[in-house]
Design a binder for this molecule. Structure first.
Ligand code: 9Z3
Length: 366
């Protein structure tokens, strides 16, 4: 009998246009995977940020999924520090590993800098050059990092350089849920050659609904015009005399099971589950575990996601928590703050290693 999820998957990929970037991203992933495979390095495909659901082909309006990309960008750094090569499939313009320390933050990146040689400015009470500059002023002043930020920036810079030199990070962007799914499938297939050395860490916030192409408006939906009856996303009259936008979305087929069964059958799959109601979290995580046969589901609540997560595996559920909620910020803070990803990633790696040992033992026993 045909598996209905397989039929809806085939229909989805046949009826939605692939992103124009797909061939290029697939080739990049192919070269990256080959390179690290020959160096016997483990590879993690890490997804990050929210997907969009466009309402028009020439998109002016779209529905978005919540995610700044903090979980993904932060986790990527910890995977790299543990020797993994990272394919970072992320929402375009969301946070990126390393640069996240200085982008999207409350400080503009220019606030981290000063002119070398100028005295008396800067918030740290020192000369902008930290007291080491040329008081006379150079003819053409240099731009330097303010003294109070130097230590932390040097540490980030060194990790970033090492990642670049060893080619440990591949950045691949997506925007829509469709481009996310096409790219995820293509990369997963490229990673098959890695067998169980491959890890999937699915932290992106993926929409469950979308507008199918046959019901998608081509142009910007006009509030003042009589709607085309064949479009699902239409403006209709409201009691107030204005127009209401009525949006009719189809469910996105459940791909996560396909990932395990067909796209990357030997890899370890870790997915995140986001809820807002704490009473539902464990139940929903268990449901995901059962429905998608992933190895680990990490549950988190929107409001507390930066300081506690729930690890759910077959037969067990365990909280991973930061010591205090005052350590909760994982962006824009000082290097002293503990990030929960520094606890999540080693726990995930521990499980990946256990799985590798188990498979190695099973194959030698044969
Ligand atoms: C997560 O649950 C992530 O941890 C967050 C991270 C999106 C909460 P931020 O980027 O937030 O640090 O601001 N990701 C998975 C969300 C999701 O859509 N999961 C699906 C679901 O819950 C399953 S793949 O149904």
């Amino acid at each position: 009998m045909t598996d209905p999820s397989s039929t809806s998957e085939s229909h989805y990929f046949a009826s939605n246009p692939p992103p124009p970037t797909l061939p290029q991203h697939t080739a990049q992933a192919n070269a990256f995977v080959k390179h690290h495979h020959t160096h016997s390095r483990r590879v993690v495909l890490l997804t990050s940020g929210g997907t969009t659901v466009p309402l028009e082909n020439q998109t002016v309006r779209f529905i978005d999924n919540f995610s700044a990309g903090t979980r993904g960008a932060t986790s990527a750094e910890y995977f790299i520090s543990q020797g993994y090569a990272v394919i970072f499939l992320h929402r375009q313009f969301s946070l990126l590993p390393f640069s996240r320390h200085y982008s999207h933050s409350t400080n503009c990146f220019l606030d981290f800098l000063s002119e070398w040689g100028r005295i008396g400015e800067g918030e740290d009470g020192e000369g902008e050059d930290g007291g080491e500059g040329n008081a006379g002023g150079a003819a053409t002043p240099d731009v330097v990092v303010k003294a109070k930020y130097r230590r932390e920036m040097l540490s980030v810079l060194r990790k970033y350089r090492k990642a670049k030199e060893q080619k440990l990070l591949l950045l691949l962007p997506f925007t829509t849920v469709t481009s996310y799914l096409f790219t995820l499938r293509a990369i997963a297939c490229e990673m098959r050659c890695l067998g169980n050395e491959a890890l999937f860490y699915l932290a992106a916030a993926v929409s469950d609904f979308f507008v199918p192409p046959d019901r998608m408006a081509e142009h910007k939906i006009q509030s003042g015009e009589v709607p085309d009856i064949t479009t699902s996303t239409t403006a209709v009259g409201s009691a107030g005399g204005g127009k209401k936008l009525v949006i009719d979305l189809d469910p996105v087929p459940k791909f996560l099971k396909r990932l395990v069964e067909q796209w990357a059958p030997e890899a370890m799959i870790v997915s995140f589950k986001l809820e807002t109601d704490p009473a539902l979290l464990l139940k929903k995580c268990n449901q995901s575990l059962e429905r998608y046969a992933h190895h680990l589901v990490i549950g988190n609540i929107l409001a507390t996601r930066k300081y506690e997560v729930l690890f759910v595996e077959e037969g067990s559920a365990q909280w991973v928590r930061l010591q205090t909620t005052t350590n909760a910020s994982s962006s824009g803070g000082s290097s002293e703050e503990v990030e929960i990803e520094s606890m999540i990633v080693p726990e995930v790696i521990k499980r990946h290693e256990k799985m590798l040992l188990k498979k190695a033992a099973a194959s030698t026993a044969i």
